[in-house]
Design a protein around this ligand. Structure first.
Ligand code: UDP
Ligand code: MG
Length: 312
């Protein structure tokens, strides 16, 4: 049994995969422990699977799983981690934004007794200021809203011990916000700092629409603050409406009641209508999620799978 398996989700990464494998194996060769690599092809439409197969031919430590379609990074990661029989696993992106050279530092902390060693980036090169700003805002709001502390500027790049893997394997929820799940399991966690590099080749699979969805995912999976917010907004507007009602009553008692007040009436109707729709939307967001959970569908399907041939 290998001591460590490196899990690499790959979706249309043909342009970078060979370079990635070279750099990764260079690092792994320098380690004193037995390491395997497991690629998960997340339904790529380019040559990714062919490249993974050729890497397997030349390197017996390499295994591969091909999913039946594109399930998204979180499911691909889960598919990979489910296969790990080693004593620990490293999760790393294929695009070289997570430098494989950090792995030895992760292993050091693992051997010092930590269960989750996450790599935290110190700078974000090759990313626009807007992306950096939105990322920072996201982490900050997560920190305030969620009960689970999610480390800032941390991607999925990390090392998991055997018991952390076992714990994670038990979380079968469909709405998988991995960064949150990694933290949620607890145990001894520690950060290792590194500099994030720009993507080597290929393009990011995340656009702002998908990132926004990920952010909503993160917030709704780990916090019910938006539901509480709807309650507070409702209470506040009801309180204001009551005070305004008193004022309207007093005014008509004192000055009589000529038909007036179309603008205020419209204003109140529109405002309350908007607030109600917003609250309904928030509830719908949670309802949709619990609907997805209640279907209990498997998280992914495997099309083909080859485990590493190397044994010792
Ligand atoms: N990825 C995946 N399935 C997807 C999207 C991405 O397996 O549907 C993989 C991708 O190949 C890469 C990693 O997840 O190895 C991170 O993706 P990307 O670089 O696009 O995200 P970013 O670094 O911008 O967060
Ligand atoms: Mg990337």
């Amino acid at each position: 049994m290998p001591q460590l398996t490196v899990v690499v989700p790959a979706y249309n990464e043909a342009a970078v995969l060979q370079t990635f494998h070279q750099r990764l194996t260079q690092v792994l060769d320098g380690l004193s422990i037995e390491c395997h690599v497991l690629y998960v092809d997340d339904g790529s439409s380019d040559a990714t699977w062919a490249i993974i197969e050729s890497l397997r031919d030349s390197d017996t430590r390499t295994g591969a799983v091909k999913l039946s379609r594109n399930f998204g990074k979180e499911a691909a990661l889960t598919a990979g981690l489910d296969q790990v029989t080693a004593g620990g696993a490293v999760v790393i992106d294929a695009d070289l934004q997570d430098p494989p050279e950090v792995i030895p530092a992760l292993i050091d902390q693992w051997q010092a007794g930590y269960d989750v060693v996450y790599a935290t980036r110190t700078i974000r090169e090759g990313e626009t200021r807007f992306k950096r700003f939105t990322a920072a805002t996201f982490y900050r709001s997560m920190e305030r809203l969620s009960d689970t502390a999610i480390p800032r500027d941390t991607g999925d790049f990390r090392l998991l011990s055997r018991r952390a893997l076992d714990a994670l394997g038990q979380l079968r929820e469909r709405q998988r916000f991995m960064k949150g799940l990694f933290s949620w399991i607890g145990y001894r966690q520690i950060a290792v700092h590194y500099q994030r590099e720009p993507r080597q080749a290929g393009t990011t699979k995340w656009n702002y629409w998908r990132l926004t969805q990920l952010a909503i995912e993160g917030i709704t999976s780990f916090s019910s603050a938006p539901l509480r917010l709807a309650t507070w907004v409702g209470l506040l507007s009801a309180g204001l409406a009551f005070l305004y009602g008193l004022w309207v009553l007093a005014k008509s008692l004192i000055y009589g009641d000529p038909v007036h007040g179309y603008p205020t009436l419209m204003l109140v109707i529109l405002f309350l209508g908007g607030v109600q729709l917003l609250a309904l939307g928030v509830i719908g967001e949670y309802l949709g999620r619990s609907y997805a959970e209640s279907k209990q569908r498997p998280l992914y399907f495997v099309d083909q799978q080859h485990l590493p041939r190397a044994r010792h």
